[in-house]
Design a protein around this ligand. Structure first.
Ligand code: NAI
Length: 399
């Protein structure tokens, strides 16, 4: 089975390095960014490629990978390909889909790992008719916490999730099983579970709200002065921030409920409030489960995690508004929720409030001053409106 891994960062390094050790899997890396393909190929020629995997037991396993191809040529990459795994930040998905589109054949499978909100809308937009002939899988996150140690030569897998949730839309002409192939790639210490739906992942309130609201509540009244320490991220949330997050989740769960009522034949799956998700995701580490605010503050798994900050020359801290908590979660989370709400005519005052603040910090315009989602930077997002979808019926036809 030929698996094409699209990306040149941490995730692509980890997937490629592990895949070569599996029987019957032949990975090829496609990276389009700058001169990464050339640098990776040359670096690998010098030393080979290794993966250092940290296990739950505290031991580490050193994996020596077999040689694999790294290319920037989509035609070469997709020749005889079975499964395409897009393993890059969401903002890079567009460049991969644009590049591979002429070479995707009916029957191939496309896996977003992670896919994130609106992945299927973007795939449908670029692949057109071919999209429904291919199987599409979207996983909600990456199975690893991983970092490149040396570009093109080594990667460290710092942690491995026990399970990874995802959703599938089977292609009319696909004969391979991309989930079984991904399971083989990742190995038996991760369980892949298809307990989500694509629309459920896209409507997930957590993507749209958690990180943006933590940023908003911490920095909305900031006086611009550098701080002595980076504030705690999750555990530092204020009561006001916790209440805001709860209310924003309420409005997004309400949006999902309205959609479910309107389209009873569409399978949405469970669309969870962040409070429900937190208690499920961290059953043993949340000390006070009485509300979302206290759940976040008392979750020991969040201990020590701080706001993304830049250090000044004199050792103080300034917030980094360009970090992925806004730069990725706003255009690939919050904006999509707003776009669907606009189509459904459901008011989302809290979502709008965060979006207005965040887009200003990012130097972008998604929402216009008159409250419509047709700002000048909308093409960078994955809202339905980005792809010319003007009605709820058009939107729902993707599912
Ligand atoms: P990364 O930050 O390592 O990705 C960098 C790569 O993206 C670059 O090497 C390049 O190939 C590509 N890239 C950068 N700028 C580009 C541009 N302007 N145009 C086209 N391509 C560009 O990302 P990573 O760590 O591999 O993560 C992939 C996804 O997984 C992200 O969405 C991330 O949020 C998510 N994730 C990552 C985790 C991790 O431990 N690395 C953990 C959980 C989620």
């Amino acid at each position: 089975m030929k698996v094409v891994i699209c990306g040149g960062g941490n995730a692509a390094h980890a997937f490629a390095g592990v895949a070569t050790t599996r029987d019957n899997l032949e990975p090829t890396v496609l990276t389009l960014f700058g001169d990464e393909a050339e640098r990776w190929t040359n670096a690998m020629k010098e030393t080979g490629f290794t993966v250092k995997k940290h296990k739950d037991s505290g031991e580490t396993e050193d994996i020596t990978s077999k040689p694999f191809v790294v290319t920037k040529d989509p035609k070469v990459a997709l020749e005889n390909c079975d499964v395409i795994v897009i393993a890059s930040p969401s903002f890079a998905h567009k460049s991969f889909l644009e590049a591979i589109q002429p070479y995707v054949k009916p029957g191939m499978s496309i896996v977003g790992c992670p896919g994130y909100s609106g992945f299927e809308l973007q795939v449908d937009h670029f692949l057109g008719e071919n999209s429904k002939k291919c199987t599409l899988v979207s996983f909600e996150t990456l199975p690893y916490a991983c970092r490149i140690s040396k570009f093109g030569q080594s990667v460290e897998i710092l942690g491995t999730k026990r399970f990874l949730s995802g959703a599938i839309r089977k292609g009319t002409e696909t004969t391979n099983d991309p989930v079984a192939i991904m399971q083989q790639l990742l190995g038996s210490d991760i369980e892949l579970i298809l307990n989500k739906t694509l629309i459920g992942l896209t409507l997930d309130p957590g993507n749209a709200s958690l990180h943006p609201v933590l940023m908003y509540s911490q920095w909305k009244d900031w006086d611009g002065q550098p701080l002595d320490q980076a504030p705690l991220f999750y555990q530092g949330i204020s009561k006001e921030g916790g209440d805001f997050l709860t209310e924003m989740n309420d409005e997004l769960v309400h949006l999902a409920d309205e959609m479910k009522q309107k389209y009873p034949k569409v399978e949405f799956g469970e669309i969870e409030h962040t409070y429900t998700w937190l208690l499920k995701a961290y059953p043993n580490t949340v000390a006070d489960k009485s509300c979302l605010y206290l759940g976040l503050r008392t979750n020991s798994a969040y201990k020590g995690l701080v706001h993304p900050c830049k250090k000044t020359d004199d050792g103080k801290f300034l917030p980094d508004f360009k970090y992925r908590y806004l730069a990725e979660d706003i255009p690939y989370g919050t904006v999509i929720a707003k776009g669907i709400a606009e189509l459904a005519n459901v008011p989302t005052p809290k979502t709008d409030e965060v979006l207005r603040w965040a887009q200003e910090k990012l130097g972008k315009e998604y929402l216009t001053a008159d409250g419509h989602l047709n700002g000048k930077d909308l093409s960078e997002c994955r809202a339905p409106q980005t792809y010319g979808i003007k009605t709820l019926e058009e939107f729902i036809s993707h599912y």
